[in-house]
Write a protein that binds this ligand. Structure first.
Ligand code: GBH
Length: 507
């Protein structure tokens, strides 16, 4: 095992040495950065915006957030959007991925009432990007459901697919003339497992037996309905693309044993296969091994039917193939074991259904986030697997990034190391023929890191949250990323001369 890690490190190092300064990203490769509405916008109750589930959860119970903060103001992008676009120009970004706040556009959640101020804000943001040739990539849902829809069950209510379709139509009608890349959902796993099956995200339902699966099924149908509606009603005139983003971390076997290989496969299926397989596989539906396992466990536990609600044939067909590209949020990896590293988990639950252990070797560098370690070549490992399993669709890495503490300040060498490693892994993907079209760094700037509040920082730009102006200052990593984008290659010798940022000609 140790030997394996050492060997793979040696191989990576040799590859790195040979190719340095040679391997390049194609000119049309889309380099960008990403954010999400609740994490940056603030203005939580301004100009007619409705309450979302994070507003509601935190205002009701502020202690769920590590530093007892909230996103009421966040980076105040609602008022600082021109500065945001200026930062994109400083970095020389080709694209910017951001999300729309559903209740800012539809305060009641339903499409009976469209908020003109919400539409105007996003129009301004989009137009400001387009002025400087920055391609907007718009996520419709990044976790901030209108509270009024949560009151009706949110993603546990099958009607969510109709409500989402109505919302999506308003989005396409208003922005589709200028936005050509839409992502319906950010990370079904985090929405469903963390929010419904667990208590790690709003609405902290902790409904362990079925929450994840119920939400997952309804979310996938919502995605598919919006996708087909876009295809039919908007694509012919607007000519854009519509996809979904799934969090795909890499899970390899801890040893070569058949048990560990099966354990890793079950982990991959339970973590992201249940969302990816119904859309991207040629057979459709939930992954077979996982679905059999839940059915079996459910029977043993006395349930009269599987806790995993299977798709009808009609639903399977609706969901299958319903995406123009595969958006991948990738951060880290784990080694999976059938017997070792297991923790106590609730029964029944997704975690108990998988029933595997996982581990990160000690020599993988650690970040400010307990879950985030630097695993060798893990973007490649994940995408190579997806390529083979799902017939090489077009991929975008829609998030990838590294956290530091506020105290680390501007000299974020850990983040620099991480981004450079990511670039090598991306180049390995391109060399392998993986249809990888772009990469979005998480994040353009520090923002409200959900349950971690403002403790863990992911920004290329530091944000001063004690300053009413929410001043943004570039970190060292911003200069390094800018250099990579400009030269379409990784230069390990590059060190910024100073941390004074300017806008290059043509941006
Ligand atoms: C992304 O999710 C999100 O899309 C983005 O909004 C967020 O800011 C970014 O990550 C950085 O976190 O300690 O058990 O609660 C990435 C996947 C899955 C990473 C949940 C954090 C928390 C694990 N995320 N995980 S736990």
């Amino acid at each position: 095992m140790k030997l394996l890690v050492v060997l793979s490190l040696v191989i990576v190092a040799i590859q790195g040495a040979n190719v340095r300064h040679q391997r390049q990203f194609p000119d049309d490769f889309l380099f960008g950065a990403a954010t999400a509405a609740y994490q940056i916008e603030g203005a939580w109750n301004e100009d007619g915006k409705g309450e979302n589930i994070w507003d509601h959860m935190i205002h009701t119970n502020p202690n769920v957030i590590r530093d007892v903060t909230n996103g009421d103001v966040a980076a105040d992008s609602y008022h600082n959007y021109k500065r945001d676009v200026e930062m994109m120009r400083e970095l020389g970004l080709d694209a910017y991925r951001f999300s729309l706040s559903w209740p800012r556009i539809l305060p009641t959640g339903m499409a009976n009432e469209v908020n003109p101020a919400g539409i105007a804000f996003y129009n301004n943001y989009i137009d400001e990007m387009l002025k400087y040739n920055i391609t907007p990539m718009v996520t419709l849902y990044h976790w901030d459901l209108p509270q009024k829809l949560q009151d009706l069950g949110g993603f546990a209510n099958p009607l969510i697919s109709d409500w989402f379709e109505d919302y999506a139509r308003v989005v396409f009608e208003n922005f589709g003339d200028r936005v050509k890349m839409f992502i319906t959902f950010n990370e079904p796993r985090e929405i469903c497992y963390q929010g419904y099956g667990g208590d790690l995200k709003a609405p902290i339902l902790n409904s362990t037996a079925m929450g994840t699966y119920l939400c997952g099924k309804h979310l996938l149908i919502a995605h598919a309905k919006a996708y087909h509606m876009y295809n039919k009603e908007f694509k012919p005139t607007q000519g854009g693309q519509c996809g979904i983003t799934i969090s795909v971390n890499w899970f390899g076997p801890a040893t070569d044993s058949a048990e560990d290989q099966m354990a890793a496969e079950i982990k991959r299926q339970g973590e992201w296969g249940i969302y990816a397989h119904p859309i991207f596989s040629s057979e459709g539906g939930f992954p077979k091994e996982f679905s059999e396992r839940v059915a079996e466990k459910s029977a043993q536990q006395g349930y009269r039917r599987s806790r995993l609600p299977e798709f009808t044939e009609e639903e399977k067909t609706l969901v299958k193939g319903a995406s123009d590209f595969f958006g991948v949020n990738h951060y880290t990896a784990r080694l999976v074991s059938a017997t070792l590293y297991k923790e106590a988990v609730p029964v029944p639950s997704l975690l108990d259904d998988m029933d595997v252990g996982h581990n990160a070797p000690d020599d993988w560098a650690t970040s400010a986030s307990s879950w985030l370690v630097l695993a060798p070549n893990s973007i490649f490992n994940a995408l190579k697997h997806l390529k083979e399993r799902y017939n090489n669709p077009n991929f975008y890495v829609t998030e990838n990034g590294w956290s530091t503490y506020y105290e680390t300040g501007l000299m974020d060498d850990g983040r620099v190391t991480y981004y450079r490693a990511s670039m090598e892994s991306l180049l390995n993907c391109l060399d392998d023929g993986i249809n990888l079209k772009g990469y979005m760094a998480w994040s353009l700037m520090d923002n409200f890191e959900w349950m971690q509040g403002y403790v863990e920082r992911f920004g290329l730009y530091q944000v001063d949250f004690s300053d009413p102006a929410r001043t943004r200052t570039p970190r060292k990593s911003a200069f390094v990323y800018k250099h990579i984008i400009k030269h379409r290659a990784v230069d390990y010798e590059y060190e910024p001369e100073s941390l004074v940022m300017t806008i290059d000609e043509g941006h």
